[in-house]
Ligand binder design. Structure first.
Ligand code: AMP
Length: 249
């Protein structure tokens, strides 16, 4: 078991991380990537894996959502342009996203490990990640790929609600908050993310099919891909994930 207190602000805003991560003797450090179309439940699995196995969840989408709350004068021009792409449901240009990851080596070096969520999304981003990790003398341990039929994806996405303040994720039927539209954790207001609206979902799925599917091949060729059926409850999916990881050398 790993005792972790992650300083996710270091990931959201860049800069020095102030995390307290204590690895128990013999505990494994996981450096992983999560793959799966929007709505397969990657975010929920990331939370469970992070809580139980220790790696910090590093989501590039969360960096952009955090940037939205900054005063426009505090955003770099690249970040402002990225937010326009995101609002339209389009992918942000590779070089912008790669720059964001490259600027946060402290999070990648974390002794508790990391769980990249939403990055890489293209083969070009995957190659860049390999080179960023190479400079840090690190390698990925596994790439978890969550698979789910498309009709189930649409139903999951349309019910998803996100806390506007702390970014916790709920679902109107499968993971409702105690009080409707209010975050259990911080009392923030729950919102339907702009990029979870039906028009944006369609664009995101098209972008996913076109750019991200080849990533599975890329990682399969490197012996890193671990495919997991994303059906059933979050706990079922987590058990499958933990078993698949335990089976790896
Ligand atoms: P997510 O929360 O991962 O679904 O990301 C939300 C949005 O942020 C995406 O629809 C993109 O506009 C942008 N984004 C996040 N990560 C990436 C990435 N690796 N490459 C390109 N765009 C990204």
């Amino acid at each position: 078991m790993t005792a972790t207190k992650h300083d996710r602000n270091a990931w959201f805003k860049g800069g020095i991380a102030n995390c307290q991560v204590t690895l128990a003797p013999g505990a494994r450090t996981y450096r992983m990537v999560l793959l799966g179309a929007p709505g397969v439940g990657k975010g929920t699995q990331a939370e469970l894996i992070s809580e139980r196995l220790g790696p910090c969840q590093l989501s590039t989408g969360d960096v952009f959502r955090a940037a939205k709350t900054l005063d426009p004068s505090e955003r770099t021009p690249a970040l402002s342009a990225a937010l326009d792409y995101m609002k339209r449901g389009e992918l942000v240009p590779d070089e912008t996203v790669i720059g964001i990851v490259r600027e946060r080596p402290n999070c990648l070096r974390c002794p508790g490990g990391f769980l990249l969520d939403g990055f890489p999304r293209t083969v070009h981003q995957a190659e860049a990640l390999e080179s960023i990790l190479g400079v840090l003398s690190m390698k990925l341990d596994a790439v978890l790929s969550y698979d789910l039929p498309i009709d189930q994806i649409v139903s999951r996405l349309s019910g998803r609600r996100t806390c506007g303040a702390c970014k916790a994720v709920y679902h109107v039927t499968t993971k409702p908050p105690k009080v409707a539209d209010v975050c259990d954790l911080c009392g923030g207001k729950l919102i339907l993310r702009e990029d979870d609206r039906p028009e944006a979902i369609r664009v995101r799925m098209e972008a996913y099919e076109k750019s991200t599917s080849p990533l599975a091949d890329y990682y399969r060729q490197r012996g890193l891909l671990v495919s997991i059926a994303a059906e059933g409850s979050p706990e079922d999916i987590y058990k499958r994930t933990a078993a698949a990881l335990a089976a790896r050398p």
